[in-house]
Design a protein around this ligand. Structure first.
Ligand SMILES: O=C(O)CCC(=O)C(=O)O
Ligand SMILES: [Fe+2]
Length: 272
């Protein structure tokens, strides 16, 4: 693993090194200030190419996930909301979802996800005491494959205090990751100023929206629960490939089967 990560820029393997501490401090500050941080060239082109190859081998088994949902990931507006509430606005989203079980032990994706120095590095950046691997069959590390026309509509992530994505391949055009920081409270309680900001974003006003620049190999950590974000429609032939890693605050966490069914498809139910 150490040969494949860009350890010159990201000296993360040695927990005691002052360079590592400086690197952590730099991205921690970025994350606090912007609600996202970008680590360009986190993995080198060689590792990126190997991961892309793994993904294409398994792509026929991906689940074509397409849904209409609001920014809280609800399939319909919950009812009883004021008419101008953001929860009433539904968007279409579609992409191919590759679950963790499509990648066997010994795959590079699993090796990277389970590599302890990465987990420790991320914990230090996000300010977590310790991070644990997800024990779910499907959730730990996924690859989202966006073909032409695919996109992820504006949404908040539901469970984790942070989200970690690693770009493996960019689309020819489109597929931009956009985020509007501080558009929901941490405890998800309603805040009039944030609701107004959120509504303006959902209605197409880009005043509060940042397009995050990223190339293949870039790692991005963001506060997806409190900052609404989306991926614009992909254009062109080339698929946008994005790995998403899930780390937990406690050991032994497995996902909700109902959530897994909607995210990874009916085969997860058959497997129970
Ligand atoms: O594909 C991306 O860049 C973002 C994916 C995303 O929003 C998520 O995994 O929560
Ligand atoms: Fe998200």
């Amino acid at each position: 693993m150490a040969d494949l990560i860009n350890l010159a820029n990201y000296p993360i393997a040695d927990a005691a090194s002052p360079e590592r501490e400086k690197t952590v401090a730099r991205f921690r500050e970025q994350l606090d200030r912007q609600q996202y941080c970008v680590l360009p060239n986190f993995i080198g082109p060689e590792m990126c190419a190997q991961l892309v190859q793994e993904v294409y081998q398994r792509l026929p088994d991906a689940y074509a996930n397409s849904s209409r949902r609001n920014c809280y990931l609800q399939r319909q507006s919950p009812g009883g909301l004021p008419s101008d509430h953001p929860g009433n606005i539904l968007f279409d989203a579609s992409y191919n979802m590759m679950a963790y079980d499509l990648f066997e032990d010994g795959s590079l994706l699993r090796a990277l996800y389970t590599w302890e120095p990465l987990r420790r590095f991320v914990a230090d950046i996000v300010g977590a005491q310790t991070l644990y691997l997800s024990e779910d069959t499907y959730q730990p590390a996924n690859v989202l494959c966006y073909c032409t026309g695919d996109r992820s509509a504006w949404h908040f992530d539901s469970t984790s205090a942070f989200t970690l994505t690693l770009m493996l391949q960019a689309a020819d055009a489109g597929g931009e990751f956009m985020i509007a920081p501080h558009t929901r409270n941490e405890d998800t309680s309603e805040d009039p100023a944030k609701l107004a900001k959120l509504r303006s974003v959902l209605e197409g006003d880009d005043t509060h929206v940042v397009t995050v620049p990223r190339e293949p190999g870039a790692l991005v950590i963001f506060r997806g629960c409190t900052s609404v974000h989306c991926v614009s429609p992909v254009e062109g032939e080339k698929e946008r490939l994005m790995a998403v890693f899930v780390y937990e605050d406690e050991p032994g966490v497995i996902g909700d089967p109902e959530v897994n069914r909607t995210v990874y498809g009916p085969r997860t139910q058959a497997a129970q």
